[in-house]
Write a protein that binds this ligand. Structure first.
Ligand SMILES: [Zn+2]
Length: 216
């Protein structure tokens, strides 16, 4: 990591994203995790990620660490990488993302449970969908697959990676009763995608509650 003199810049950026998610109500009870892919010259460090069990209201850059392509820490040895490190690794492997953010909003938890494991949540008709990369018309269909939840991360990755490879969702997926995984080419795009999807999930939730569902 000596080569990565600007690690602090990445750590600052991630800590800022985590505090932003907390302020939006998407990171209660020390939950959620955020990562960014590091440049190739940082090898063996592959990506930076928030450490486990940290309050996202007050998280700082000293609570961010780098891990290698196997999810093992390469710095910050006093920290524990997020328990969901292997899921981030899977998204980098499959989607070629530049940043991966995972939130725990009420809308994501409720809707994912309503749809259920291996179902699909189709989002359509919401103007804000145009905030997603490549979407130019609110009438498009953005599909979020819903995968089952588990506390065994290795088993979970083995279980859902084949589905993720086959379905190739463009922006993210839901874990049933758990939350949302979103990615983008870089931190700015992943942030925008989270903001758009959380807004639209909230719209969907309200629409379904009041009987004006736009999709199923
Ligand atoms: Zn989670």
């Amino acid at each position: 990591m000596e080569l990565l003199s600007d690690f602090t810049r990445y750590a600052d950026q991630l800590a800022g994203i985590a505090r932003w998610a907390y302020r939006n109500g998407w990171a209660p009870g020390t939950s959620t995790n955020y990562s960014v892919r590091l440049p190739e010259y940082a090898a063996p460090a592959f990506y930076a990620i928030t450490s486990s069990g940290v309050d996202k209201e007050t998280i700082g850059p000293e609570q961010i660490l780098a891990v290698d392509q196997h999810g093992q820490p390469v710095n910050g040895f006093n920290l524990r990488p997020s328990t969901e490190t292997l899921l981030h690794l899977m998204v980098y492997r499959v989607a070629g993302a530049g940043a991966v953010f995972h939130t725990h909003s009420i809308a994501a938890a409720l809707l994912s449970r309503l749809v259920g494991p291996f179902g699909h949540l189709t989002l359509s008709g919401w103007e804000l969908l145009k905030g997603l990369d490549g979407v130019e018309d609110h009438d498009c269909e953005v599909v979020l697959p819903v995968y089952p939840n588990s506390q065994d991360m290795r088993a979970l990755v083995a279980h859902i990676e084949p589905h993720l490879r086959r379905e190739r969702p463009s922006y993210g997926f839901l874990l049933a009763g758990h939350g949302l995984y979103v990615w983008g080419k870089n931190v700015a795009e992943a942030k925008r995608h989270v903001e758009v999807l959380e807004f639209v999930l909230q719209c969907e939730r309200e629409a379904r509650t009041y009987g004006r569902a736009s999709s199923s």
